[in-house]
Design a binder for this molecule. Structure first.
Ligand code: AMP
Ligand code: MG
Length: 518
């Protein structure tokens, strides 16, 4: 059985080189940069004031204090966005605002709070104006006197050279590398790119990820149906959809697949025809009702490995379907409503034939057509699988979605175990890195934090156990409760996983690394 690290290595090694596309900056959040991004402009683009106040020559105010103010002549005003053409001379000051360009001759800004406007009888219209504006100065000094008609400003504090000035290019120099390839663009990257004038960015394509749940016992909660004996509500697709989306990949949710070979083959065929990556939940164990592996192989898929030495989640399977470019001879069958004409040929990795339409339309097993729900024509030769009580491909997936059928390359199967915790944890540990690396992301690790065990935790098992824990605000780590792989409530209260080696106990007070998720 593979160790987790070996499994991840095999998966990452199998993935294709990312393909890039150019997108508007507004669409670049959470996308992975395809190449180095250079700053298109200096940031800040000019020397400017960090505060509202008065631009001065620092040498004029070296001795200024509240007790011994220095009085400067008001020489104009420069607002943010204005281009100030005048020059500050000795003994003068210029009203300035945060973001305003620093006038020539000034080398410091005194904060407004450290100034006082001296009222005069003279109207501001008579005052010298060094700026582009003819408006009188407006503002409030420390004494609260309105500076609407004055010619003199008292400076109540000294200013060092370059105090409160933000320098041209001090943040970023034009041409500097501001984003490395493989970086996932977060909100701050987007802000930086915008500030340096970027309009578009070259990012890597995102995979479309089919999400399938197998199990004849599963009922779609959105159907509103009450559970018959033996049935349960399907929950893995709901839990994994946001996880897939959080990687930047595009989730496409498929109807529940009943436990028959035919329905599983048909669902896999369709998902592989439409998407880059297929994630299934359930049906990868050893039981005779587990059809994912066999169906995948019947469709021409190759299993790279099955089983990873972790708990929860041992029966995880990874496989691939060769791309069309590699002379794929695989033929998959597509279910049909019987009356529907065969689907048009697709450009995806699997060539779809109408061979097994009849079987599929009949539902192919216990429960029959009603159980499988058979299929439904959408016109144009397209068929949608409909599981009992479900809307056809009701979560944004359409057979007509060209994004899916454009794809030519190798495709990948991640067969997660069906138990909700096993599915969740194997997604985080094995599928998530792949979805990120498919997009060219350099960092595919889960975020981690360190914490101190508030209670002992142990793993008596011979398999590595990823234990659900709660990290509290003070960094104390508590068990999240029962750890069995069907206990969803402890996963819901957990905010992390601790990786516990086989046959290991960690005492209270031990510092542990906690794997987190988004
Ligand atoms: P399997 O891996 O198919 O053998 O399923 C293992 C357990 O997980 C069974 O108890 C299933 O009923 C349950 N299970 C499988 N798939 C799901 C799902 N999508 N949502 C909720 N429970 C599931
Ligand atoms: Mg099952």
């Amino acid at each position: 059985m593979l160790e987790l690290e070996q499994a991840v290595e095999k998966i990452l090694a199998a993935l294709p080189a990312p393909k890039s596309e150019v997108v508007a900056l507004a669409d670049a959040h959470d996308r992975v940069a395809a190449e180095k991004i250079h700053a298109a402009a200096d940031l800040p683009p000019f020397d400017n004031s960090a505060v509202d106040g008065y631009a001065v020559r620092s040498q004029d105010v070296t001795t200024a204090s509240a007790e011994k103010p220095i009085t400067l002549q008001f020489a104009g005003r420069v607002a943010a966005g204005e281009n100030f053409t005048g020059k500050l001379s000795a003994g003068q000051c210029i009203r300035i605002f945060s973001g305003s360009p620093v006038p020539a001759g000034a080398d410091a800004i005194v904060m407004q709070e450290d100034t006082r406007v001296l009222p005069t009888d003279e109207a501001s219209a008579n005052m010298p104006s060094a700026g582009t504006t003819s408006l009188p100065p407006v503002g409030w000094g420390r004494a609260g006197v309105r500076a609407g008609a004055q010619g003199e400003i008292q400076i109540l504090d000294s200013a060092k050279p370059w105090e409160n000035i933000r320098f041209h290019g001090e943040d970023v120099k034009r041409g500097a590398v501001i984003v490395e390839p493989g970086t996932r663009l977060g909100a701050a990257h987007i802000g930086l790119l915008a500030a340096t004038g970027a309009r578009q960015v070259s990012v890597n394509r995102r995979p479309t990820v089919a999400l399938l749940a197998t199990g004849s016992e599963l009922i779609e909660p959105a159907s509103g149906r009450t559970l018959a004996p033996g049935q349960i509500y399907e929950s893995n697709r709901a839990a994994l959809t946001p996880q897939i989306a959080a990687t930047g990949a595009i989730p496409k949710i498929y109807p529940i697949v009943p436990d028959t070979a035919e329905a599983t083959r048909a669902a896999l065929a369709r998902a592989f025809a439409e998407c880059d990556i297929v994630i299934t939940c359930g049906g990868v164990s050893v039981g005779e009702m587990d059809f994912v592996k066999s169906s995948f192989e019947e469709l021409g898929g190759k299993l790279d490995f099955w089983k990873v030495a972790i708990k929860p989640g041992r029966p995880f399977v990874f496989g691939r379907v060769p791309g069309k470019s590699s002379q794929n001879k695989t033929r998959a069958s597509l279910p049909d409503a019987g009356t529907t004409s065969p689907s048009p040929p697709r450009s995806g990795g699997l060539e779809l034939l109408g061979k097994q339409r009849k079987e599929s339309a009949e539902g192919g097993g216990p429960g029959g057509a009603e159980r499988a729900g058979a299929s439904e024509s959408l016109g144009r030769g397209e068929v949608v699988l409909r599981a009992q009580g479900e809307n056809p491909l009701d979560v944004g997936c359409s057979m007509l979605d060209v994004r899916c059928s454009e794809v030519q390359g190798e495709k990948f199967l991640f067969g997660l175990p069906g138990n909700p915790i096993s599915a969740f944890v194997t997604f985080l540990l094995l599928a998530r890195p792949a979805l990120l690396r498919w997009q060219g992301a350099t960092n595919v690790s889960l975020p981690t934090s360190r914490g101190i065990l508030a209670e002992p935790i142990s793993n008596p098992d011979h398999r590595r156990h990823f234990v659900r824990v709660i990290v509290d605000a003070s960094g104390q780590v508590h068990s999240a409760g029962t750890q069995a792989s069907h206990i969803l409530s402890s996963l819901a209260s957990a905010n992390g996983l601790v990786d516990l080696s086989p046959k290991t106990t960690h005492a209270q007070g031990t510092t542990v690394q906690v794997l987190r998720w988004e």
